[in-house]
Design a protein around this ligand. Structure first.
Ligand SMILES: Cc1ncc(COP(=O)(O)O)c(C=O)c1O
Length: 389
């Protein structure tokens, strides 16, 4: 492949970190995961952060926790406002906890939820908004936060695609009452598989962390408010208080995460340099709609939508990319409402999904990497220029 979707962000430091774990003989969640969590908490300036086995698991325990908080827990039939373009596992926990989804269209340029439609999406049953910053580009997190505060709603931030992005100087992932991140391969930092939950709310943190591991009490501080106190060590070792999961990460992932987090800023700088070239080559060409940066993007990848007002044959473009060995994918799954799995959801649409459909039918992305991509992006330009004539 001449231009891959993703490449490794690891160096000798990550290999050495793995070796240290192997030599220690302890592989299940322990000291390295804890150190990674501490470093993540410091880097993102949040009160609590904990690691899980994937971004999907982070969304799962995050939503689950909100169903068990003492004050106004989420209940079956409560409504949640979601963007029409997001990842499948942004939505699944909502379905699994019996919530009703209200889908809102996205903006064609930023690819994020069109917040002008939030008021229209609101009903007396609305309890939460899910904010998803698509592919590194911060959504209108400030406006969503203000909307949620005005109406007494929870803001859930699925930031799995946008680690290191920021809006008005505040990091994406830290606007929500709860925020989630993914460290799967191809993301900004990679721990093979992995996810992180962040929150400033101690009750949410303790519930979600308990649900990470069997819903037990282990690890809860003595002054916890999520269960009563007992002092019997024997019963405390296996004491179950919540219907949780086991979505713990491995020590290898924690150890790699410590090294990767040190590199996050330089990784994003490299991605932003590639983005500057991509914008220079594509921004003024009306045949292609590229993602408009809102705030400071961490540029997960580069999206291109073939302008629906121009007669450009998508099949021809895809074939040309294939011939040139340039890999590409649909933009975050396109319009989620068009996937078969939607039949299992309780949902409705807030108006039309015109832009999500255009994203679905005429959009695709190519990779961004943590190193210089000048030859790849220049070749992409030549190939698309010829194929879209
Ligand atoms: C918006 C969003 N949420 C959640 C996830 C799930 O993350 P993971 O692949 O680590 O399970 C992804 C995956 O990339 C994603 O794009």
């Amino acid at each position: 492949m001449f231009y891959d979707l993703a490449s490794s962000s690891w160096g000798p430091e990550e290999i050495a970190a793995m070796r240290r774990v192997i030599e220690s003989g302890r592989f299940t969640m322990g000291e390295h995961v804890e150190r990674f969590e501490d470093a993540f908490r410091a880097k993102f300036g949040v009160k609590h952060a904990f690691m899980v086995s994937s971004g999907s698991a982070a969304n799962l325990v995050g939503v689950a926790a909100l169903c068990y908080v003492k004050d106004r827990p989420l209940k079956r039939g409560d409504e949640v406002i979601v963007p029409a373009v997001a990842w499948a596992t942004t939505y699944y926990p909502l379905q699994q906890y019996g919530l009703r989804l209200r889908f809102v269209d996205v903006e064609l340029d930023t690819l994020n939820m069109d917040v002008a439609r939030l008021e229209q999406a609101l009903t007396p049953r609305t309890r939460m908004v899910v904010a998803v910053s698509i592919l590194g580009n911060p959504c209108a997190l400030d406006r969503m936060r203000a909307f949620c505060d005005r109406h007494g709603l929870t803001l859930f931030e699925d930031n799995c695609e946008s680690m290191g992005a920021s809006l008005n100087g505040k990091l994406a992932g830290t606007f929500g009452d709860i925020g989630t991140f993914s460290t799967f391969f191809s993301h900004h930092i990679s721990t093979m598989e992995g996810g992180i939950v962040v929150t400033d709310n101690t009750e949410i943190f303790q519930i979600a962390r308990s649900m990470r591991a069997h819903g037990w009490t282990r690890g809860l501080p003595p002054d916890t408010t999520i269960c009563d106190q007992r002092n019997d060590e024997f019963y405390e070792a296996y004491r179950f208080i919540l219907p949780g999961y086991n979505v713990r990460p491995l020590e290898l992932s924690g150890a790699i995460g410590i090294e990767q987090l040190k590199k996050l800023d330089t990784i994003i700088e490299a991605r932003r340099r590639n983005a500057a070239l991509f914008q220079e080559l594509f921004a003024r060409d009306e045949r292609f709609i590229i993602q408009r940066e809102h705030g400071r993007s961490s540029w997960f990848c580069f999206t291109i939508i073939l302008n629906p007002d121009r007669d450009i044959d998508r099949g021809r473009v895809m074939a040309a990319l294939k011939t040139a060995h340039i890999d590409f994918r649909m933009i975050t799954g396109g319009n989620f409402l068009r996937h078969d799995v939607i039949r299992y959801f309780d949902y409705d649409r807030v108006g039309e999904m015109r832009n999500a459909d255009i994203v679905h039918d005429r959009g695709f992305f190519v990779g961004n990497h943590p190193h210089d991509l000048t030859p790849q992006i220049e070749r992409l330009r030549e190939v698309l220029d010829a194929a879209a004539r």
